[in-house]
Design a protein around this ligand. Structure first.
Ligand code: THU
Length: 163
């Protein structure tokens, strides 16, 4: 037996003012689109904004459903739409932001497991990492250079090949 340690790194910014211009622009787009969230059940309004290689910015917000599992997170709404509309345009970065009705969202929004898996899929597809900018209504902003920081030991498609 041997022990394997996986090192995960995250850039921690104390406020949006510390971000570079491109990250800040994307985070602001995520904040803006969070206003369009359809979240009558959680009242937790999430926005996601993607920057594509062409410079296009694609945004999405969470869409809930009375049958709860039928709803979808903001990140997947945005990344599925981007890949449906512009399948050959690479995703360079995704920013996530949220606000809530009853409390201040002061901790950076980190994508759920299913969204991490979806982001991982498009990294595999384009053979390039996707920068992830995780913001909140107030407080710190966390940035990582790709999904490997959020999904260590992820499923490897090589395992599907059995020749
Ligand atoms: N949600 C997102 O849209 N993205 C996340 O990263 C976390 C959670 C949504 C799902 C649901 O509509 C609401 O936030 C509460 O979980």
């Amino acid at each position: 037996m041997k022990k394997v340690d996986h090192i995960v790194s995250l850039e921690v910014y104390s406020s949006a003012k510390e971000l570079n211009e491109a990250d800040l622009e994307l985070l602001n787009k995520a904040k803006e689109i969070s206003k369009s969230a359809y979240a009558p059940y959680s009242q937790f309004y999430v926005g996601a904004a993607l920057r594509l290689k062409s410079g296009k910015i694609i945004t999405g917000s969470n869409q809930e459903n009375v049958a709860y599992p039928s709803g979808l997170c903001a990140e997947r709404v945005a990344i599925f739409y981007a890949n449906a509309q512009f399948p050959t345009d690479e995703v360079e970065a995704i920013a996530i932001n949220a606000h809530a009705e009853k409390f201040d969202v002061s901790h950076p929004i980190s994508p759920c497991g299913s969204c991490r898996q979806a982001i991982a899929e498009y990294e595999i597809k384009q053979k390039k990492e996707i920068r992830i900018i995780m913001g909140a209504n107030t407080g710190e902003i966390h940035v990582c250079s790709g999904i490997k920081s959020l999904l260590p030991f992820m499923f490897n498609e090589e395992e599907l090949k059995n020749d």
